[in-house]
Design a binder for this molecule. Structure first.
Ligand code: HEC
Ligand code: HEC
Ligand code: HEC
Ligand code: HEC
Length: 157
């Protein structure tokens, strides 16, 4: 393909993906924003969480074991030990998204971009959760392995 046409094609694809990204945004796709961003408004919950919750340091648990693991094995840890792995705004890697490296507020309350952008519209954030929401990570296997089943109001703030 001649260089010029190639360039135009690349530009068109670029413009198209920008439009698609904007549409997804306009359609109200919620993105993960990280616990620190929540802490801007919810200072008490944030302070308690950082001080008391093991989740706030859950990426250390992976780091401790990282030496003995392959890259692929390590990736299997991310869905539970980080925030929003593989989802919009969520964890990508320790280098690219250090602010999403722990399991933060949004693993329980859901992605918070719309709630934050609106200045705190309660329609856009999850308040009530069920124990089945916890079991995504506190799975039957883990409960057996650690002999620990969380109570609904445990480990938050
Ligand atoms: C995205 C995965 C994920 C979800 C969802 C999740 N947890 Fe956790 N939770 C973790 C991880 C990972 C740890 C362990 C952190 C560590 O020690 O590395 C943990 C630790 C805990 C602990 C340990 C004690 C402490 O002080 O932190 C409690 C209690 C807990 N979670 C409660 C809950 C409850 C209740 C829910 C549901 C409302 C829930 N979790 C949902 C991943 C999750
Ligand atoms: C299905 C979700 C899930 C996956 C996948 C997962 N973890 Fe965990 N992990 C947890 C939960 C939940 C806890 C908290 C256990 C508890 O206290 O019940 C935990 C606890 C731990 C702890 C103990 C922390 C402590 O304070 O005692 C270590 C270490 C750990 N995980 C490392 C890893 C590593 C390394 C991987 C990947 C190979 C991994 N985990 C994969 C959910 C998960
Ligand atoms: C382990 C799950 C979990 C995590 C993690 C978590 N929360 Fe919560 N949060 C809850 C539960 C459960 C409630 C009480 C819901 C109800 O009233 O039924 C709650 C309630 C709240 C409320 C309403 C007011 C209140 O205190 O009752 C705010 C605000 C809040 N959380 C903010 C945060 C912020 C900010 C973070 C992170 C720094 C966070 N939460 C992390 C589970 C969690
Ligand atoms: C720009 C400020 C702001 C940010 C950022 C923000 N919130 Fe809020 N949030 C509010 C306001 C205002 C309310 C409603 C007043 C209240 O009850 O505190 C609220 C209410 C809540 C509630 C209670 C909802 C209900 O139904 O009563 C939860 C849970 C919550 N926020 C969690 C979060 C989480 C998690 C994050 C980060 C992802 C976050 N917030 C980020 C301002 C904010």
């Amino acid at each position: 393909m001649p260089k010029r046409r190639h360039l135009i094609l690349v530009m068109m694809i670029g413009a198209l993906s920008a439009v698609l990204a904007l549409q997804a945004y306009a359609a109200g796709e919620k993105r993960y924003i990280g616990s620190k961003a929540c802490g801007e408004c919810h200072t008490d919950e944030y302070a308690n969480f950082m001080k008391y919750a093991k989740k706030a340091h859950s990426c250390n648990s992976i780091k401790i074991m990282a030496n003995g693991l392959t890259e692929d094995e390590l990736k299997t840890c991310y869905s539970c030990h980080t925030t929003g792995y593989g989802k919009p705004g969520g964890f990508v890697s320790m280098e690219k998204t250090p602010e999403m490296a722990d399991a933060g507020c949004e693993v329980c309350h859901g992605p918070g971009s719309a709630h934050s952008d609106s200045g705190g519209d309660v329609k856009d954030i999850i308040l009530k959760m069920k124990i089945s929401d916890c079991e995504v990570c506190h799975s039957v296997d883990r409960v057996k392995a650690f002999n620990f089943k969380p109570m609904l109001f445990g480990g938050a703030h």
